[in-house]
Design a protein around this ligand. Structure first.
Ligand code: ADP
Ligand code: MG
Length: 233
């Protein structure tokens, strides 16, 4: 059942990139997908099948060539740039493979910066940052800078930072590609945990089929086409 409060709805979305000559590459080919709150949708498929393109369109970073993208019921194609930026800041959390933390900042400051960018003033951002770092298992590491943290810990900071803006939609692209198996498994479990705890609609791209049983549903991509999610349970 979907309605206007569904955090992410893609309806018949096609995305074409120019190929540098006269033709186009169809990265997304009539893709439809709904992601509800409190659920993780796993997105699997071979390299080049369109997984990152789907996330970029959902994140409103790239406009669809045709079709409709609704975030919390709002059509992103009709929005002015400022409105789309606001939507990204306030409704969408993005976690990419590389954490891209700022080298000079502590774990807590990485999160506080986000609150300052949002202009949030209702509550000291330091307190929320500390809470979120606790949620991701880093309560003792608030003052650590990126080089003092392991790869898995940096990815945890990255996840906490994505939650700082109170998103309803969490978009995650191969978060464990640089991590060993044990750390990968605990990051996947953490993403599931925060999805439930914060009632997020999460799309999680992974090439590792071993983690698919942790998802609520799995959508598979091939050549830009999406096979609709089937329940894993
Ligand atoms: P995946 O994340 O599944 O590996 P991508 O979404 O990155 O797949 O890519 C889907 C297709 O779109 C591929 O054929 C890729 O080469 C192409 N593509 C991705 N980004 C661009 C771009 N910026 N310009 C042109 N083609 C692109
Ligand atoms: Mg990709």
């Amino acid at each position: 059942m979907t309605n206007s409060t569904t955090p992410l709805l893609l309806d018949n979305v096609t995305l074409e990139y120019p190929d540098g000559q006269d033709n186009t590459i169809k990265a997304l080919d009539h893709v439809s997908l709904a992601v509800e709150r409190g659920t993780v949708t796993g997105l699997a498929g071979p390299s080049g099948s369109g997984k990152s393109s789907l996330l970029a369109v959902a994140a409103t970073l790239i406009p669809a060539t045709s079709g409709t993208v609704l975030v919390n019921g709002s059509d992103v194609a009709g929005m002015a740039d400022a409105e789309r930026s606001r939507l990204r800041r306030e409704e969408i959390g993005i976690v990419f493979q590389q954490p891209n933390l700022l080298p000079a900042l502590t774990a807590q400051e990485q999160l506080v910066v986000v609150a300052h960018l949002r202009g949030e003033s209702t509550r000291p951002p330091e307190a929320r940052a500390a809470e979120l770092l606790d949620v991701v298992g880093l309560s003792g590491q608030l003052a650590k800078r990126p080089h003092q943290l392991s790869g898995g810990q940096r990815q945890r900071v990255n996840i906490a930072r994505a939650l700082m803006g109170h998103p309803s939609l969490l978009l995650v692209d191969e978060p464990t590609a640089a991590l060993d198996h044990e750390r990968s498994a605990s990051i996947m479990k953490l993403l599931r945990q925060v999805t439930q705890e914060f009632d997020l609609a999460t799309v999680l791209v992974t090439h590792d089929v071993e983690f698919l049983p942790l998802m609520d549903s799995v959508a598979r991509m091939r050549d830009g086409k999406l096979t609709l999610p089937a329940s894993v349970a």
